[in-house]
Ligand binder design. Structure first.
Ligand SMILES: Cc1ncc(COP(=O)(O)O)c(C=O)c1O
Length: 374
């Protein structure tokens, strides 16, 4: 403890967070944090769809208490109660639920499964290009890309038309990322039922909790009847567990057994106890949703003021049309101490922005106004 004094260490909270933040970019950077100044070196992070409020107090307390079980494998038996809680919430038997160290672990394992079994990935474009796509690229798996429709939503008819017999898995991110649109629930359900007779259908529901579109439906109920349908969820977003790492897979017992047989990771016990507390903490989740909606509204008002097209979001980020190359926009906004989304080809004159806190979104629109409209 040379940089951080013993007193700072003991009091924790803002003082400690502040020093870590400045030293290592370790804390959510926000203009609401006293003493923090956004800089290009230590920017507000509006780039990775993280939850800027951090884990809930209840989850934090549960994780802290769970350290007493840190010496026990599986954190002294957290997996059972966590699986049960999620199964009850999603109204499926526990045998159709699995826990992982973030949903990314399941995404990668599914890519590995495809690599081992052979065949292509059919996916919309653009979609979430990290983890599943990245891992599958490194295994040399071929893709069939289907452009999104004119309204930038995933075009299920076009996806069906693009299917060929050598497709092993269809990847559908719902809400999609980087474009937070959703597919119509009934239509998607029919698509999953039909196409899962031919190949695996993988629905990634990472942003499910933020959905406001009344036509949305989760595909979890299908997994008990359709053995080729697999769904993932994550605690990384509304629960702010991106660094803690908890995710879930939903599938038939055969599907989950296959995934588990290929996985190499193990799950952190305190993280599982924390997740149990967090999923029960609806007050915190509602707070995050309220703040997310406030931040989005600031961006919508700004886009309308400047006649810029934008997507009404079903997530903790959105996509708006800058009309400029995204790399240039990124670089010019970074000068103001804000990091926003990477380029998402082929929509290179649109930009993804994570909502962060409303105060940070306000800071962003003022910086954008200064940089591009004055
Ligand atoms: C669509 C989507 N799926 C999966 C993930 C991976 O989430 P995690 O591995 O943190 O559960 C992300 C992360 O941003 C995402 O955007």
């Amino acid at each position: 403890m040379t940089e951080i004094t013993r007193r700072q260490w003991l009091i924790g909270g803002t003082a400690l967070a502040g020093s870590l933040m400045l030293a290592q970019n370790a804390h959510a950077q926000s203009v609401t944090i006293e003493g923090y100044t956004p800089t290009p070196e230590n920017p507000i992070r509006m780039s990775a769809n993280e939850n800027p409020y951090g884990i809930s107090k209840a989850a934090s307390k549960a994780m802290h208490e769970a350290h007493q079980y840190g010496h026990l494998y599986s954190g002294g038996g957290a997996r059972g109660p966590l699986t049960e809680l999620i199964a009850i919430m999603e109204k499926v038997p526990t045998e159709n639920v699995m826990v992982a160290g973030g949903s990314g672990e399941i995404l990668k394992t599914l890519a590995l499964m495809v690599a081992m079994e052979g065949g292509k990935i059919l996916a919309p474009n653009p979609t979430y290009d990290d983890t599943f796509m990245d891992y599958s690229n490194r295994r040399g798996i071929e893709k069939i890309w289907v452009p999104v429709a004119d309204d930038l939503s995933i075009d299920l008819d076009a996806m069906k038309a693009a299917y060929t017999d050598d497709v092993k898995i269809i990847y559908l991110c719902n809400p999609n990322n980087p474009i937070p649109t959703v597919m119509h629930g009934e239509k998607l359900k029919e698509f999953c039922k039909e196409m899962s007779q031919k190949c695996y259908v993988f629905v990634d529901e990472a942003y499910f909790e933020y959905v406001t579109d009344p036509n949305y439906q989760t595909m979890i109920p299908l997994v008990t009847e359709y053995p080729n349908v697999v769904v993932t969820r994550t605690a990384s977003k509304i629960h702010a567990f991106a660094g803690v790492r908890i995710g879930f897979g939903f599938g038939s017992t055969e599907m989950l057994a296959k995934i588990k047989s290929l996985m190499t990771g193990s799950i952190n016990g305190p993280a599982m106890w924390g997740a149990i507390a967090s999923y029960k903490d609806t007050e915190y989740q509602n707070f995050v949703l309220r703040k997310n909606a406030e931040a989005l509204q600031i961006l919508y008002d700004f886009c309308e003021k400047h006649n810029m097209r934008y997507i009404k979001s079903n997530a903790n980020f959105t996509f708006f049309e800058t009309g400029m190359d995204s790399k240039e926009v990124n670089a010019r906004i970074l000068k103001h101490g804000i990091l926003i989304g990477r380029p998402f080809p082929p929509k290179l004159d649109w930009m993804r922005i994570s909502t962060a806190r409303p105060e940070d979104m306000q800071f962003f629109v003022e910086a954008y106004e200064k940089e591009f409209f004055s």
